[in-house]
Ligand binder design. Sequence first.
Ligand SMILES: Cc1cc2nc3c(=O)[nH]c(=O)nc-3n(C[C@H](O)[C@H](O)[C@H](O)COP(=O)(O)OP(=O)(O)OC[C@H]3O[C@@H](n4cnc5c(N)ncnc54)[C@H](O)[C@@H]3O)c2cc1C
Length: 383
Amino acid sequence: MSDNFDLFRTSEEHDMLRDAVRSLAEAKIAPFAAEVDEQGRFPQEARDALEANDLHAVHVPEAFGGAGADALSTVIVIEEVARVCASSSLIPAVNKLGSLPVQLSGSEELKAKYLGALARGEGMFSYCLSEPEAGSDAAGMKTRAVRDGDFWVLDGVKRWITNAGVSEFYTVMAVTDPDKRSKGISAFVVEKGDEGVSFGAPEKKLGIKGSPTREVYFDNVRIPADRMIGAEGTGFATAMRTLDHTRVTIAAQAIGIAQGALDYAKGYVKERKQFGKAIAEFQGIQFMLADMAMKLEAARQLTYAAAAKSERSDADLTFFGAAAKCYASDAAMEITTDAVQLLGGYGYTRDYPVERMMRDAKITQIYEGTNQVQRIVMARNLP
Ligand SMILES: Cc1cc2nc3c(=O)[nH]c(=O)nc-3n(C[C@H](O)[C@H](O)[C@H](O)COP(=O)(O)OP(=O)(O)OC[C@H]3O[C@@H](n4cnc5c(N)ncnc54)[C@H](O)[C@@H]3O)c2cc1C
């Protein structure tokens, strides 16, 4: 068997992990998915179930008390949770996004303190890069950090922060030298309880309604200097390196949502009868299902290849992370839209889960860089 082939298959352990997460997700997360969406409430049941089974942040290395799972295992956890509830899948996904800057660039002390707390379930982690006026052009951020003796003082506003208010820990990118643009940005760990931290009202969103998205305000927030992640001026590079890895997890979320929609539609067409037979017997329906499964499998293979590259930190990860996220999210949008189509009028109602899945899929084309931005990243890093 060639190394290349190995890249695209899962091991027995990965298959066992998938089975375990699928059972847990179906028993403890799926029953609340519609209610969480309808009420726009945080999926606490999912958080409890994931934390109780040590699945909330599987990427944290064993040295810091975590499960020490590889990148593909993290993908499988997120995929299986997203298959039943996209909002809940943002618990493991954003725990990785928020904490990876510490894991990649933090001091040993920062890692021990914050990765340890995350692994023990003492608090979730969020990632604060975007601002009201700095989205795709994230380096145009205005949030400032000014040195004051043994402290840094942060002032500014971050926007669209996933799980803000629920998370205890925040990786915050802030300008420490305004003359140097991206090289004048540094990263810090800020805690929810730090004086001067507050949160805006939850955004009213199209989908992922169970995952709170809020503004985070920093008003004269004084934090010890050792909360800086890595050296001064390296925060933007750390933020971008983080996204190389975590775009793979957004791809995982997309394929999970798409799998949920395909599974539901596959069952429905066998039950629904028109013209005296199950609609699954019409070739027009069979061709739609074949295309959905084909796109999904292509997206999954690209995502798993990207996960292998993330695990090894390969030089071409930047291209693969962007490609997997872009391809899988576009595929998820098409597949979930087709799932609604396969259910006809019923698909358009909240009595069936596919309309929620279609709304949830949309965000995967937008966050961690829009798919236009992914194409810019790919074009700059062509293999
Ligand atoms: C639900 C949700 C959760 C989020 N979670 C987080 C989070 O946890 N942490 C965080 O930091 N951010 C988060 N974000 C922010 C997200 O990453 C940004 O919304 C995204 O990067 C786009 O920025 P923007 O919304 O300002 O859009 P803009 O940058 O204003 O883009 C508007 C449009 O212009 C296009 N565009 C912009 N520049 C170019 C270009 N050069 N070429 C071609 N097209 C271009 C975009 O693709 C888009 O279609 C979240 C967003 C949402 C909606």
